[in-house]
Design a binder for this molecule. Structure first.
Ligand code: IVH
Length: 668
């Protein structure tokens, strides 16, 4: 018995440490597979020996029975908000006000990104997470303890640090969702016939405010801690001192936090974070500057709702007002008809915007968007600009409602909409828009990755009748390509080489490349993991498909419809005849650039998480390690890379930027 109890404790400790290394130190020490294995072992042991269950076991992160409603929690100390500085001048005014109140004193500031998520408060008593709440109105919030417990980067018990864990600690922070996770979640939501979230913030908020915490447990939420509420048994001289102890206790802080000593340094930080905004993997809507000294904070004091010692430096608006000149329907590769608003061109955050997607007819009807309307347009990250709302006050009466046409604007085919779909679709499979679109998608980087086969060339090939579908690509020869207008011999040779390189692929890429409606990259991977090879997938009936976790009726139907269509099966067959070879199993193809090679990742990666990058390397036959030695083949350096990059240089180990690494992975 004692043996079992100690094994349970040991596994808990390994899992907690793995979480800590992964989330707080951003330095994973075990693989996802190993993590899952340990988690299963712990679950089984706790099931078999319920007397060893504890409330802070990592198995408790799967959520609890649903609530009828949330109860409220009154914050011991109200959560304040921040004043805004709209530009650099207003930041300077803030700094000058502080210098004036503290004449002759040196003032240090802590600069932090302003995370665009949901503010929460976590309460720890004697190191144990006892409750957590939303900000609410600042005085009272909702009790979301069960939901917060499912977030792996929130420790259920604090670790010991250089300073003892206090008897009471209230920490405030922002719960958020990475943009990539948000996109993946939306892909999944749509596939399951559920509505998509508008942005990562909404999806974090929606996930956290679930009455059923088991749903929250499935959502990829994360937290950055940034301020102190009530606390007993410890005090801090500076804000930075507080922030720096948090990771020791297991609480996550933002890696971009910086101590600034002069106004110029603050302005520099403000500019640099705004410039890098799109390359950071989560949404931020500004920066926050806080006076570092707690004593000075107390002298400066608070106003009614916000402190005088802190300010939010907002970023330039990503929204502008402009007019819709006309609305046109575009036809995508799956026949989906998407209405696009053509706008009077407007500058948004340094980019000229002249089109915005209107998504579908429901969206147009819901927002009551009409041709001629003045609208608020928003640009976020690398997302296509969107119409946020109509300014109805500016209507003159001459605005015209819009209806997606019943015939395809490209081929004149029927445009219809099935009951369970929001999209209208052109039903003609020979619609040229679909053919070109399908081929463009098929060759794209994350699909078959045929470099050099650009949109113009595809258009030329389709228009001249050289190719009619994706399989034709694999029967092309150099002379046929070289015969095309404006095509040099050398370029034709390169394209043939790129086609050759693309022949070896993975099942996930292949499925994604086929362009089945509602089957994106993520779904490709889900199907690969489940079915391992193409024949098994094609043979799977609707019922079988629906049993796969993450696949709902819409995706199951779409996959079945796709493979039930004889033309599509023929195309798949011809692709294989053309030499496309799909690696068996989940391991993907072995690639000599990866096989047996050791990779180390350091610094902050922006395009994938470190564990994703490590998994990719492993899938391609390489090894991922955490320390640099002479045995290391490649060190991939992200942002703010430190000693590992230096060591790699000293040892003469090949250094790759994140983009170079992406390129290496992408070309496989
Ligand atoms: S400090 C008294 N730091 O911004 C200081 N807030 O308008 C209280 N936020 O409700 C907040 N990132 O949701 C602080 N690094 C950061 C933040 C941050 C995001 C949010 C938070 C708060 C709002 C203030």
């Amino acid at each position: 018995m004692a043996k079992i109890e100690s094994r349970i404790k040991e596994v808990r400790e390994i899992i907690n440490t793995a979480n800590y290394n992964y989330y707080v130190l951003d330095n994973p020490t075990i693989s996802d597979a190993e993590y899952d294995r340990l988690m299963r072992e712990l679950q089984q042991l706790e099931e078999e020996y319920p007397r060893y269950r504890t409330s802070d076991s990592p198995t408790r992160r799967i959520g609890a029975a649903p609530l009828d409603k949330f109860t409220t929690i009154t914050h011991r100390i109200p959560l304040q908000s921040l004043d805004n500085a709209m530009d650099e001048t207003e930041v300077r005014e803030f700094i000058n006000r502080i210098y004036k109140t503290l004449p002759g004193q040196a003032v240090e500031f802590v600069a932090e990104p302003k995370i665009d998520g949901l503010a929460v408060e976590l309460v720890y008593e004697n190191g144990f997470f006892v409750s957590g709440s939303t900000r609410g109105d600042g005085i009272t919030g909702e009790d979301i303890t069960q939901n917060l417990k499912t977030i792996r980067s929130i420790p259920l018990q604090l670790r010991s640090g250089q300073r003892p864990v206090p008897s009471l600690l209230e920490v405030r922070g922002e719960v958020y969702m990475d943009r990539r996770d948000f996109e993946r979640l939306n892909e999944q939501q749509l596939a399951e016939g559920k509505p998509a979230f508008a942005n990562p913030r909404n999806s974090a908020a929606g996930s956290l405010r679930q009455l059923d915490s088991r749903i929250t447990a499935t959502r990829p939420l994360n937290i950055f801690c940034y301020s102190l509420g009530s606390c007993e048994g410890i005090s801090f001289k500076t804000h930075l001192e507080f922030l720096q102890i948090l990771p020791q206790w297991g609480l996550r802080i933002n890696p971009l936090i910086k101590l600034c000593k002069t106004a110029e340094e603050l302005i520099k930080y403000y500019r640099s974070i705004e410039t890098r905004r799109d390359s950071i993997s989560y949404d931020i809507d500004g920066v926050v500057f806080k006076v570092n000294s707690i004593e000075q904070q107390q002298i400066l004091g608070v106003k009614s709702r916000s402190p005088r010692w802190a300010i939010a430096g907002k970023f330039k608006a990503r929204q502008e007002i402009t007019q819709i000149l006309k609305i046109e329907a575009g036809v995508g590769r799956t026949g989906a008809v998407t209405p696009v608003a053509h706008l009077k061109p407007v500058q948004i955050g340094g980019v000229t915007v002249s089109n915005a997607t209107l998504h579908n007819q429901d969206e147009i009807d819901r927002k009551d968007i009409r041709v001629g309307d003045w609208v608020v347009v928003q640009r976020a990250g690398d997302v296509i600009p969107q119409v946020v709302k109509v300014i109805t006050e500016r209507r003159t009466g001459s605005e015209k409602p819009y209806q997606i046409p019943a015939t395809c604007p490209v081929c004149g085919g029927h445009v219809t909409r099935s009951n369970d779909e929001v999209k209208h679709r052109c039903q003609n499979i020979n619609c040229p828009a679909q053919i070109k679109g399908r081929i463009q998608h098929f060759v794209s980087k994350r699909a078959m990755n045929i470099d050099g086969l650009g949109d113009r060339l595809i258009e030329q090939m389709v228009d001249t009748g050289l190719i009619e579908n994706v399989a034709d690509i694999y029967f092309l020869n150099k002379e046929q390509i070289a015969d095309l207008e404006r095509m040099a011999d050398k370029s034709a040779q390169n394209i043939i080489a790129a086609i050759e390189n693309s022949r070896k692929t993975t099942l996930a890429r292949f499925i994604y490349a086929l362009g089945i409606p509602n089957v994106g990259e993520y779904m490709g991977k889900v199907l690969e993991r489940e079915f391992k090879d193409l024949e098994t997938l094609i043979a799977a009936d609707y019922e079988r498909l629906e049993t796969v976790e993450g696949i709902g009726p819409i995706v199951a139907r779409a996959i079945r419809d796709f493979f039930d269509e004889e033309n599509n099966l023929q195309t798949v067959k011809r692709l294989l005849e053309g030499g496309v070879s799909i690696a068996q199993g989940v391991t993907g193809p072995q690639d000599e650039r990866f096989a047996g090679k050791t990779f180390v990742f350091t610094g902050t990666l922006t395009q994938f998480t470190r564990s994703e990058a490590q998994q990719m390397v492993e899938k391609l036959g390489g090894k991922a390690s955490t320390s640099v030695s002479k045995m290391t083949d490649y060190v991939v350096v992200g942002e703010n890379a430190g000693s590992k990059a230096t060591k790699a240089r000293e040892l003469g180990v090949k250094i790759l930027t994140e983009d170079e690494f992406r390129e290496m992975i992408g070309n496989v």
